[in-house]
Design a protein around this ligand. Structure first.
Ligand code: 5GP
Length: 189
């Protein structure tokens, strides 16, 4: 698997240090608030698992998952919920946990969906942000790292469902996805 990686962009040590910092800040900001952490499947599960174990608060965990209608996820921006929240978030403090904000469409849709349920507050923690690819305004309240416009894998992020178990964030060698007929930009979550 390592031989498929062109470059390690963010090391395991850098990620773990950043997760500590984010968890400290969230623990301070949400003191006495018992937030609901909402992980966006599948990519965010590793980040959520590390983050929640460092958050020094009572908190509830829940997940959402969806797929898109049509082939081109990014441009259609039309989503179908595959797994909805099990928690009633009305009057609760919701913290959405995302792996990466790319075009911003996923987060935009999710924020709309959750705000419609009248939570006390909604904020976003994202491990990675690719601001150069934004199509709609979307912003993390707590952010790990900005990354360049490259397709990244590892620490929960996949290519064709592989590489999620790498402990770092890396860039794949172009020959790995060349010839598969599907550029990473068009893959679904
Ligand atoms: P957005 O709706 O912001 O364009 O896309 C967000 C989702 O697309 C992320 O949650 C992630 O699953 C996927 N995604 C975006 N960029 C990348 C990337 O560089 N690598 C991987 N593996 N997934 C990505």
């Amino acid at each position: 698997m390592m031989s498929d990686i062109k470059e390690v962009l963010i090391s395991e040590e850098q990620i773990q240090k950043k997760v500590d910092e984010l968890a400290d800040q969230i623990s301070r900001d949400y003191r006495d608030k018992h937030p609901v952490l909402v992980g966006v499947l599948n990519g965010a599960f590793v980040f959520l698992a590390d983050l929640m174990r460092r958050i020094d608060l009572d908190c509830t965990i829940d997940f959402v998952a969806w797929s898109s209608y049509g082939k081109d996820t990014s441009s259609s921006g039309v989503f179908r919920i595959m797994k909805d929240l099990e928690t009633n978030v009305e009057s609760r403090h919701v913290l959405i946990v995302e792996d990466i904000i790319d075009t911003g469409l996923t987060l935009h849709y999710l924020l709309d969906t959750i705000r419609a349920r009248k939570p006390a507050s909604v904020k976003v923690v994202a491990l990675l942000d690719k601001p150069s690819r934004r199509r709609i305004e979307a912003k993390a309240d707590y952010l790990g790292f900005q990354v360049p416009d490259a397709f990244v894998v590892g620490y929960g992020l996949d290519f064709a469902q592989v590489y999620r178990n790498l402990p770092f964030i890396g860039i794949l060698k172009p020959e790995i996805y060349a010839g598969r007929g599907t550029p990473p930009d068009e893959l679904e979550e």
